[in-house]
Ligand binder design. Structure first.
Ligand code: ADP
Ligand code: MG
Length: 352
């Protein structure tokens, strides 16, 4: 028998590496939107506008008024593992959404990306990456901040393109991402414009920047995103235990839902979908709701970065708690307490 032919080990080239990484970081247009808006927030933007075409498949454009990228750094921003957000290797002290330095090069590997940016006191510049090929930095016109345009996402990876859903479904997923980030950042104004039909577009989401203290700002933001019904039925939550704080709003059991579509959970300011936290919610409402009903809530858990690992997943949707029992215990006790008090208030009002 012929011996099997031994293939040679080779280092993958950068385009291939970026495409492979893109598979983890950008699953669909909504994941690109998450990365682009998080970058705008990390840059200190106070207004963020997203324009999309055809469910984000042909165009995503995020415009921010943040601190910008120096012209000379544009190629670096598009290089793998280049970030301005961590110093050295300290993954325990992360105060920004980003830190992996992967999003821009990954997106640029599966679409056509142009970044235009301007920092204070300098002229604007732009750079384009097409099919993994980086162009030169060129002078551009922009008054402030950064515009990142991503065209024809996944055209270079047809297998992924095939798995995208209808424009309507992709747009819905994008709006969900924007809403979650808008809940986490009530002082920032958000606009989403669908420019499928014409460049002026149709505003499909808008949340004006709020002011005042955090509870007021969050309350007003939730009223605009989730509606007056949620706001009128929500109990403020503000609890602390063993260095973990829990703030936000939890709705009365009477405002429950048939699925968990109205559960919005955040850990250290990041939107997460975490089984442990969802389980804790269920536990907190167990005396008040049947198994097929789901509570509505918007809750923010804050704990020292050393006690939670946000580096579990490339898209960072999951987190790992060092002591899961603490987080769970706080949620269950704080919500049970608030619900019991509300129940008590309701029954004394009735008997008055
Ligand atoms: P990360 O966010 O993990 O650092 P990215 O690939 O998303 O990685 O971005 C790379 C770098 O580009 C960031 O660290 C930041 O310095 C810069 N950058 C990206 N987007 C923006 C933006 N909208 N405004 C200012 N700087 C940005
Ligand atoms: Mg980023």
């Amino acid at each position: 028998a012929q011996p099997a032919k031994r293939p040679q080990i080779r280092q993958l080239d950068e385009v291939a590496v970026n495409r492979i990484a893109a598979g983890e970081v950008v699953e669909r247009p909504a994941s690109a939107v998450k990365e682009l808006i998080e970058n705008a927030l990390d840059a200190g933007a106070t207004r963020i506008e997203l324009c999309l075409k055809d469910g984000g498949k042909t165009l995503l454009r995020v415009i921010d008024d943040g601190h910008g990228i120096p012209a000379a750094d544009l190629p670096l921003a598009l290089s793998r593992h280049a970030t301005s957000k961590i110093d050295g290797s300290d993954l325990l002290n992360i105060h920004t959404f980003g830190f992996r330095g992967e999003a821009l090069p990954s997106m640029a590997a599966v679409g056509r990306m142009t970044i235009t940016s301007r920092i204070d006191g300098a002229d604007a510049a732009s750079i384009t990456v097409d099919g993994g090929e980086m162009g030169a930095v060129k002078p551009a016109a922009l008054s402030k901040g950064t515009v990142v345009e991503l065209r024809n996402l996944f055209y270079a990876t047809p297998a992924r393109l095939k798995f995208l859903r209808s424009d309507r479904a992709e747009t819905a997923a994008i709006l969900d991402v924007v809403k979650r980030l808008a809940m986490a950042e009530p002082y920032v104004g958000f606009t989403v414009r669908d420019i499928t039909r014409d460049e002026a577009g149709r505003v499909s989401f808008r949340a004006d920047a709020q002011s005042g203290d955090m509870f007021d700002a969050l309350g007003a933001r939730l009223r605009s995103i989730l509606g007056a019904d949620f706001a009128d039925n929500a109990l403020p939550i503000d609890a602390e235990r063993e260095g973990i704080t829990l703030t936000g709003f939890a709705a009365l059991p009477t405002y429950s839902r048939g699925s968990n579509v109205a559960q919005f959970l955040f850990v250290n300011g990041r939107p997460v979908r975490d089984k442990l936290l969802i389980g804790a919610l269920r536990g907190a409402y167990s005396d008040f709701l049947s198994r097929d009903r789901h509570p509505a809530c918007v809750l923010f858990l804050e704990l020292p970065p050393t006690r939670v690992d946000v580096n579990v997943h490339p898209a960072k949707a999951e987190v790992r708690f060092r002591d899961p029992g603490n987080a769970r215990g706080l949620i269950v006790s704080a919500l049970k307490h608030a619900l019991a008090e509300a129940g008590h208030r309701a029954s004394t009002t009735v008997s008055d």
